[in-house]
Design a protein around this ligand. Structure first.
Ligand SMILES: [Zn+2]
Length: 116
């Protein structure tokens, strides 16, 4: 007997979800251009906690350094809630007041996942 044929209602594997890269810098996108001093500390702390709790995505040879103070950051990229960020990227948020619209989107995604 042949296996049942796929019908439009047959569940298919989901395609890998697109992930948004955040807190990566380039000569055209520098952290010092994205400082915001109006973001409450509690909101910054929540984003920092999410960034610290990210899961491993990929590793690099060598440390990233802070573009603003030269501090040694991480060696890998982390992921969660549909985003990818460099390890220890919370340094920019906590030490240099960096904040971008993507931080709000990350919080929204985490809140949404928590209420599922
Ligand atoms: Zn720094």
């Amino acid at each position: 007997m042949l296996p049942p044929r796929a019908t439009p209602s047959t569940p298919r594997p989901e395609p890998a979800p697109a992930r948004t890269m955040i807190l990566f810098w380039s000569p055209w996108k520098q952290p010092q251009d994205h400082r915001r001093t109006d973001i409450p500390a509690a909101r910054r702390a929540r984003v920092a906690a999410i960034l610290r709790a990210g899961t491993y995505f990929e590793a690099w040879c060598g440390w990233a350094t802070c573009r603003m103070c030269g501090a040694e950051l991480g060696t890998q990229d982390l992921t969660g809630f549909g985003f990818i960020w460099p390890e220890k990227a919370e340094h920019y948020i906590l030490e240099h007041d960096v904040w971008m619209p993507e931080m709000d989107r990350l919080l929204d995604a985490a809140d949404k996942a928590a209420t599922r």
